[in-house]
Write a protein that binds this ligand. Structure first.
Ligand SMILES: Nc1ncnc2c1ncn2[C@@H]1O[C@H](COP(=O)(O)OP(=O)(O)OP(=O)(O)O)[C@@H](O)[C@H]1O
Ligand SMILES: [Mg+2]
Length: 259
């Protein structure tokens, strides 16, 4: 696990910073998502303002990890206790919001195996029925640290819709309805790029340009109001190599801003 402490007031925050060291991240204990309710603290002087800005009664203080990369494993456990997983999926974030996911992740086979085994244990120990995602930091020394668990289909698993025999959403239904889990075989290396509301500025994304690219699958969520940092949709690409899939996804997303 990422080293962390529960914090309920500014005095505990100051003690916590001494214990964990700087820099650190202060996070709301409830309802945080897409980096909302998170503040990085780089010096003791910033602590008081960070606590006031967060404005909650329950928080978590974490050591800021200088990681090599981030990966996630999306997995499912059925009513009968069967386990199936996708990934590890490689994730890059921008401003604490998931930006691009690539599957398979560029990690060694032993890190990949270990990430899946840790995830299997998490689902077993928590007696999870359904889909759960475990997010990891991979440290520069090759150690896996759990950052977060999300008990549901996860943004990093959206590429399973196009790249896997059974997607994470079908898997969720199968798991909780007592059906056998579907195959998580990956049909092709794949990448996913999130489309944030920022792309609607200064004007609507250039959809017709994107649609000219036959390698790109577009998924829009039907949200009416685009806002900065709001996830409006994503694109998925398949390619023979994960690095190519990532490059194509990033280029396709950039093309949305071309006139
Ligand atoms: N302790 C940390 N050290 C280094 N980076 C961090 C740390 N905590 C968060 N981050 C960065 O911010 C991202 C989002 O953090 P986290 O997963 O905790 O937030 P969240 O708001 O719950 O996001 P979501 O539920 O959308 O994944 C992480 O994936 C990572 O890139
Ligand atoms: Mg997260």
């Amino acid at each position: 696990m990422t080293p962390f402490l529960a914090v309920e007031n500014v005095w505990q925050l100051l003690d916590g910073l001494k214990e964990l060291g700087l820099p650190a991240v202060l996070k709301t204990a409830d309802w945080g998502y897409d980096g909302k309710g998170q503040t990085v603290i780089r010096s003791i002087d910033e602590a008081s303002a960070a606590w006031t800005k967060l404005g909650v009664a329950d928080a978590i203080l974490e050591k800021l990890i200088d990681f090599d990369c981030e990966v996630s494993v999306v997995a499912a456990r059925s009513l009968g206790g069967d386990f199936a997983s996708y990934g590890p999926i490689g994730n890059s974030h921008r401003q604490h919001i998931l930006d691009v996911s690539v599957c398979p992740a560029r990690v060694t086979a032993s890190i990949a195996r270990e990430a899946v085994e840790i995830t299997r244990n998490v689902l077993q120990k928590l007696d999870v029925i359904g889909v759960l995602c475990v997010e990891f930091f991979v440290t520069k020394e090759g150690q896996l640290l759990i950052n977060e668990t999300a008990p549901r289909p996860h943004n990093s698993g959206h590429l399973t819709i196009d790249a896997h025999v059974t997607c994470q959403f079908e898997q969720q239904v199968r798991a909780i309805c007592g059906l056998p889990l579907g195959s998580t075989e990956q049909r092709s290396p794949s990448a996913m790029a999130n489309l944030l509301g920022d792309l609607w500025e200064p004007c609507k994304p250039n959809w017709s340009r994107l649609m000219q690219n036959p390698q790109v699958k577009l998924h829009l969520y039907g949200k009416r109001e685009p806002r900065r940092g709001r996830k409006m949709g994503h694109i998925t690409t398949l390619a023979e190599d994960p690095a190519d899939a990532e490059r194509i996804a990033r280029e396709a997303r950039s093309s949305l801003s071309l006139r």
